[in-house]
Design a protein around this ligand. Sequence first.
Ligand code: ZN
Ligand code: ZN
Length: 393
Amino acid sequence: MSSPFLETLSGELATLRPRMEAVSWSIHARPELKFAEFHAQQVLTGWLVESGFTVTSGAGGLDTAFVALHQGPEPGPYVAVLAEYDALPGVGHGCGHNLIAAGGAAAAIAVVRALPTHPGTVAVIGTPGEEMGGAGKVKLAEAGVFAGVDAAVMFHPGDRWLTGRPGLAAAHLRVAFTGVSAHASVSPWQGRSALAAAQLFLNAVDAMRQFVPPTARLHGIVSDGGQAPNVVPARAAVDLYVRDRTAASAEALVERVRAAAAGAALATGTEAEVSETGPLYAERRNNAVLAERFGEAVRALGADIGPYDPDSPAGSSDIGNLSQLMPVIHPYVQITDAGTPAHSDAMREAAATPLAHDRTQVAATGLAEVVTELLTEPAVLAAAQAEFEEAVM
Ligand SMILES: [Zn+2]
Ligand SMILES: [Zn+2]
């Protein structure tokens, strides 16, 4: 059973819809990369201040982060709705974070409009830099921004409705090769090509692929391939992500990748240096109690949402790290045809349609319902925490 507030929350979200849609479009039209999301931050915090929230911008030492708080008159749980708002190079809002941000803020605003004297604290925490290994949530957690938060909720747009799916652990590596420059025609034998090392390294990674767990993903780009065809490249670099079901497994694969880099360097007379471009993303733990509360709410609103799918193909997110610290949910909301790939031009276009905003309105109502239950029904928070503690042990 959903809470007695679901109908009220649904009405509030209908009222908030035009503003939610305007905020979403505004963010979508001005895609900003990790830690440069100043426009999105301003649009979101402006709306939250108008709605009675107390906003701290630049929370946790990240310029584009924010914490928006609405405190009730009585003590009680501290529940956070998470807003991501960064875009991707090349495909802009091809991950649909404009919908996460606008829908998340709308959900929290709906709660405080429906329950102006709610117990405890409702927060919107703006978590920048989720894409490209930015690890904004990891940095905010390390800075203490999540201290005291009892549970955190968000949704993610996609090509299907699911209460949850796995998120892989991911290491973000840069493999830099250093060789010796020389004229590529007059005296190439005086040079040692860092690009040749990068090529050999990528071939070695390809050769490993058959012999890693089926759940692992190794993928990268040549981020530096030299400067000119007539100069033997003294420097080259590969940016590589190494992912698998658990942090332990991903870390074991990183050791094999390091060996491959050393081998490529040895073969080409160059040197390899492997560094991490950002913190490891931990595997995701979905809180089944809260995910099912979300599922029940959106089902009541007509969404055909499926259960947690352990076999669903997975990406990675810094929500994984947060899920090791507190109960979290990260359900998926269908905004377009099944089979539409994430991180694509097609998903960017899908993230700005009326259908996407219809679905975001439903998802925001679902989040508002979960927040309301966490604030007003002690048994829901207790069950979520019990599940979390059990999984930790
Ligand atoms: Zn993404
Ligand atoms: Zn995303």
